[in-house]
Design a protein around this ligand. Structure first.
Ligand code: CIZ
Ligand code: SF4
Length: 352
């Protein structure tokens, strides 16, 4: 990257000292990760920020819902900055507050709302987290989705899982032993979600029709192709991938789990990894010298385009503005939304 920008980023960070804490999500570009004080998945980063109350400014290098979660979990005195406001998440955008309220009306009319517990993936807007908190539900991450579902089924008969249908289905089938027939998909673009009241009454898992535009693109063909190309390869994928891809893989887990699995892998082993490309490339470089071969599962899949919006120029602009005393692109969740979103997040923290 541009040496002038690297020097400016370094100077701005030095000028701010402990007043700024830069968080870098695993899917961020190398040029951004170079300036991160800590890296992690969205939940780890929010907790790391909360553990640094002396940091007045949290510069979140990730996407919008992550910056919202950091604002919810940090002290009110800490201001969260997203270096580019266009860094959204297509999955989070697939469930709006209006659509989810309408869905709850549909469940109410079918007579099942009273026995349904919402479980929302971390990858959702603060509004959806607040809906979840208001209706007795919990948040989950890809690391604790199983525990979240076990808890939810101890509270009610059905789960409304938002917004990633794949994580919901994979967890229900792989971890809870449900059948695919126990799951129905609620389509917010169709009247009644495209489901009959009877289908809603029969289902155990009501999956929101959302998906990740990166992980959802890996296919069964890509698994077959890499197995043919690299004999003995271990296929390791994220649970946001389609069920058929997860079923064909050797290992499935969150980004943190993927990193730990590769750290523990023996020298000489080969891995095809189905998650975001920035992370896979970084891991491939990191482990190359230990003689671990790491390839991207599907050469036709690209970076997460919204993650990639955060680049060095945007980071430099955000940091230099803070040096000048201007807080740009602040992400601030309103008090009412924060209260209920926090309730849902606290239920997750209290999961057995
Ligand atoms: O797919 C994503 O965006 C993930 C895994 C986010 C997260 O929770 O860190
Ligand atoms: Fe959203 Fe998928 Fe990008 Fe994650 S990788 S920010 S879920 S679009």
């Amino acid at each position: 990257s541009d040496p002038g920008l690297v020097a400016r980023a370094r100077a701005a960070k030095e000028a701010l000292g402990d007043r700024v804490f830069v968080l870098g999500h695993h899917y961020q570009r190398d040029e951004v990760i170079a300036f991160a004080d800590v890296t992690g998945d969205s939940f780890k980063l929010a907790k790391d920020a909360a553990a640094r109350p002396q940091a007045e400014y949290i510069v979140f290098c990730g996407v919008h819902f992550m910056a919202e979660s950091a604002d919810i979990l940090t002290a009110d005195t800490q201001q969260v900055v997203l270096p580019d406001l266009a860094a959204g998440c297509s999955m989070a955008d697939m469930a709006t507050a209006e659509q989810v309220a309408e869905c709850w009306d549909v469940l109410t009319e079918a007579g099942v709302a009273g026995t349904t517990v919402p479980v929302s993936y971390m990858n959702s807007s603060a509004d959806i987290k607040a809906f979840t908190g208001r209706h007795g539900g919990t948040i989950c991450t890809s690391s604790n989705a199983r525990r979240a579902l076990d808890w939810a089924f101890s509270q009610g008969e059905k789960v409304l899982f938002l917004p990633d249908q794949h994580l919901g289905r994979n967890t229900a089938v792989r971890d809870l032993g449900m059948s695919l027939d126990d799951c129905v998909v609620y389509n917010p673009h169709k009247p009644g979600g495209g489901l009959t009241p009877q289908q809603l009454r029969d289902a155990k898992m009501i999956l929101w029709r959302g998906h990740c535009s990166v992980h959802g693109r890996f296919s069964l063909d890509s698994v077959d192709e890499v197995r043919a190309r690299i004999p003995g390869v271990n296929v390791l994928v994220h649970p946001e991938c389609k069920h058929e891809v997860v079923a064909a893989a050797d290992h499935v887990g969150s980004t943190e789990h993927i990193i730990k699995t590769l750290e523990a892998a023996p020298a000489g082993s080969s891995w095809a990894v189905g998650t975001e490309l920035n992370l896979v490339r970084r891991l491939a470089n990191r482990f190359a010298e230990q003689d671990k071969q790491i390839v991207f599962l599907d050469r036709t899949v690209c970076f997460c385009s919204t993650m990639n919006r955060i680049d060095l120029p945007h980071l430099v602009w955000a940091l230099e503005s803070l040096v000048d005393g201007r807080v740009v692109n602040r992400i601030q969740v309103d008090a009412e939304t924060e209260k209920y979103a926090k309730l849902a997040l606290e239920r997750m923290l209290a999961l057995p």
